[in-house]
Design a binder for this molecule. Structure first.
Ligand code: FMN
Length: 297
């Protein structure tokens, strides 16, 4: 559906006005007489399709963009266990040993379908996910990348500029899959250049994917593949990244061939509370410029 359509079941509507209050773009109002919600005149096209109005309605009386509230997950009937979620976060590991086999369709579809629930700036929702869901396709990409990587990394100028990559070409030539870690699958996320949050949206999407995937398979963020996708356009073309989209990151996944028995014990993060006694200190122009430049680069 491409036009904003708002339908109110007047028998169910309790006229609480919560849909109006929660609309971030103020395109809803309560009818002055009936108190039934309606679009503010000429504001319906401000709607960013976030469906907060549908989600917040306590009686399921509101349908927007053709969505039936009865098809939503009923949040009054589910109980999310925060301890289990923390256990999942603690148990997540970068998996670098995989069974050389395709995942079953059921799990693959669950992984794909989850991606529409990840948040995007201004509710943009226009990311592109290239799924390699067949190990034979993955093997082709592995070969394409390895051939190009070895050629590039054998160049003496490249070796001088990036000395720490020297061992990679040798390892690939010795048959080690140092880029793709033997993974049978990957997802490459890309973003249109006009996305309001083009740096954040793809990484948020893959972070959600990572956590959900780790509840049933293994994953690893793949910086190496990401860099090779950035510099070898044939790879982007092969996985059909649309024109005008920028490759944002790569995640490998598949059935792990390894089992971790315990969590790691990471060092403490730098976490500090901002005290009420803090004052806004006078800053020199130099310090201000330094701060802004640091923030912007
Ligand atoms: C942005 C990012 C890029 C990464 N790239 C790679 C990679 O190219 N190859 C790899 O084996 N691991 C990669 N990793 C995995 C990290 O090396 C891994 O997180 C680290 O070794 C700690 O292990 P853990 O994730 O199991 O806690 C990457 C992780 C992140 C967050």
């Amino acid at each position: 559906m491409n036009f904003p359509e708002l339908k109110i079941n007047e028998e169910k509507c309790i006229k609480c006005g919560m849909c109006v209050k929660d609309c971030i773009v103020h395109c809803l109002e309560q009818n002055e007489e009936t108190k039934i919600p309606q679009f503010v005149k000429d504001k319906e096209y401000n709607c960013i399709k976030c469906q907060h109005c549908l989600a917040i309605c306590p009686t399921g009386a509101l349908s927007i963009w053709g969505k039936n509230p009865d098809d939503s997950l009923n949040l009054n009937e589910i109980n999310i266990n925060s301890d289990e979620i923390l256990d999942l976060i603690k148990s997540r590991r970068s998996v670098r040993m995989y069974k050389p086999e395709n995942l079953d369709n059921e799990r693959m579809n669950k992984l794909k379908n989850m991606l529409k629930y990840t948040p995007t700036g201004v509710n943009f929702h226009n990311l592109h996910f290239s799924f390699v869901d067949d190990i034979e396709v993955m093997d082709k990409i592995r070969n394409m990348t390895n051939t190009r990587a070895v050629k590039l990394l054998s160049n003496s100028l490249v070796q001088k500029m990036f000395p720490h990559f020297r061992g990679m070409a040798d390892a690939i030539q010795n048959g080690q899959d140092v880029i793709y870690r033997g993974a049978p699958h990957m997802v490459v996320v890309s973003v249109p250049l006009n996305a309001p949050c083009r740096r954040e949206d793809p990484i948020i999407a893959l972070s959600y994917f990572d956590m959900y995937a780790q509840s049933m398979v293994g994953t690893v963020w793949c910086g190496f593949a990401y860099y090779f996708f950035k510099i070898f356009p044939e790879l982007c073309d092969y996985v059909e990244i649309p024109d005008g989209y920028r490759v944002s990151y790569v995640m490998l996944f598949g059935q792990p061939d390894v089992k971790y028995s315990r969590s790691t014990q990471p060092e403490e993060q730098n976490i500090k509370s901002v005290p009420l006694k803090n004052i806004v200190r006078p800053m020199s122009v130099f310090d201000k410029i330094k701060r802004v430049i640091t923030n912007l680069i």
